[in-house]
Design a protein around this ligand. Structure first.
Ligand SMILES: *Cc1c(COP(=O)(O)O)cnc(C)c1O
Length: 379
């Protein structure tokens, strides 16, 4: 039925295929019976296969069963959901927090209830797809400012006659690995009475002792700042959260459609998220290891002559001129036993490979990556 469209995707090298593991997620994974060193996951702290998460999940399942049976508002939630929300609010320094089924559901559910017709959203051009979709669903006028361009953001804010103004940004940009200029952005929001909505998906468990970008930059979680983040990346679990003032969270509970009309996450998932937050709070060595590995990788790659000035986090992209170049590099690495994905439109405008380093990689894994990148450029 879609053969014409599929053919043209293939001709443009934009056709995607799913690769399935037969092993847990981790620094080494098995695909098609072969072991690969894995630099493609967002499992930054290597917690996806951690025994504490697995045990907590099993305990939750034994106590609460598997399925949750209904949405939160219809008693689909458990006391674990409440415990996780209290813990999350404490972790983020906010009055209140709410669990969402995924980061995608959070952004597409929350943005349309904090901005509507007559309001204005100001969104960084490199924001995650779920933010873009949330903006579309909101029916608010959306101003897309150039990546991290706070001067253009200010001009747009001055220009706009939106009733309520909302600035939306990733704190760590998922495909570039750089950090939003949140100190400046939060000052601008204050001056213009705008709500600041940040997506901390790649900062949670990574920046500010794991507490995220605001903590990292020393910005207070004022009631007009809404922080969304995920349990599915560095925290190795699944699902998402939003943290803010009690009023904000009550409003979201009462209006966000992806919260109201979707079955609650199973308790075994929530139990794992609780265990993960506990681990991150008690174990700063994990985050230190992540950053040491990140620095080792960046140093090694810089020595090969790659210009990595944009990346400030464990997300390290290598941009290429064409989609074909990115694919060639990714395929070469795969042949040599290393998984590094090529990222293509529509995910990004500029094609690239995206290397993600985790706390679970060994020095040997990183050395192999550097050697293989070197052999690629001198092949
Ligand atoms: C991954 C991601 C999401 C979506 O989170 P899921 O829990 O995977 O749905 C949202 N925002 C950003 C910036 C992300 O990187």
């Amino acid at each position: 039925m879609f053969s014409k469209q599929l053919k043209s995707l293939k001709e443009e090298n934009l056709f995607r295929e799913i690769k399935n593991r037969t092993s847990p997620q981790g620094p080494r994974i098995i695909i098609g019976g072969e072991e690969y060193i894995n630099f493609s996951s967002n499992d930054y702290l290597g917690l996806a296969n951690h025994p504490d998460l697995i045990r907590a999940s099993q305990r939750a399942m034994e106590k609460f069963g598997f399925g949750s049976g209904a949405s939160r508002l219809l008693c689909g939630g458990s006391s674990l959901h409440e415990e996780l929300e209290k813990k999350t609010a404490k972790f983020k320094g906010t009055e209140s927090a709410l669990v969402f089924n995924s980061g995608y559901a959070a952004n597409t559910g929350i943005i349309p209830v904090i901005a509507g017709e007559g309001d204005a959203i100001f969104s960084d051009e490199l924001n995650h797809a779920s933010i873009i979709d949330g903006c579309r669903l909101s029916r608010a006028k959306t101003y897309v400012y150039k990546h991290k361009d706070t001067e253009q953001l200010e001009r747009f804010l001055k220009m706009s006659d939106g009733k309520q103004k909302i600035v939306v940004t990733d704190s760590v940009f998922s495909m570039d690995g750089d950090i939003a200029p949140l100190k400046r952005i939060h000052e601008i929001c204050k001056e213009h009475n705008a709500i600041l909505y940040i997506d901390d998906a790649h900062a949670t468990g990574v920046l500010g002792n794991g507490r995220g970008a605001l903590s990292y930059l020393g910005i207070k979680p004022y009631p007009w700042i809404i922080q969304m983040g995920t349990f599915s990346k560095a925290l190795g679990s699944f699902g998402a959260f939003v943290a803010g003032s009690k009023d904000t969270i009550d409003w979201i509970i009462n209006t966000a459609r992806s919260f109201m009309f979707s079955t609650a996450l199973p308790p075994c998932v929530i139990g794992a998220s609780i265990a993960s937050l506990d681990l991150v709070e008690k174990n700063s060595a994990l985050i230190d290891r992540l950053w040491a590995n990140r620095d080792k990788t960046v140093k090694g790659m810089s020595k090969l002559g790659y210009n990595l000035t944009d990346s400030e986090t464990p997300i390290i992209p290598l941009k290429s001129e064409t989609v074909e170049d990115a694919l060639e590099m990714s395929r070469y690495l795969f042949k040599k036993g290393i998984v590094v994905p090529a990222i293509r439109p529509p995910t990004v405008k500029e094609p690239r490979i995206r290397i993600t380093v985790t706390a679970a990689h060994t020095d040997g894994d990183i050395d192999r990556l550097i050697e293989t990148l070197n052999s690629f450029s001198s092949r």
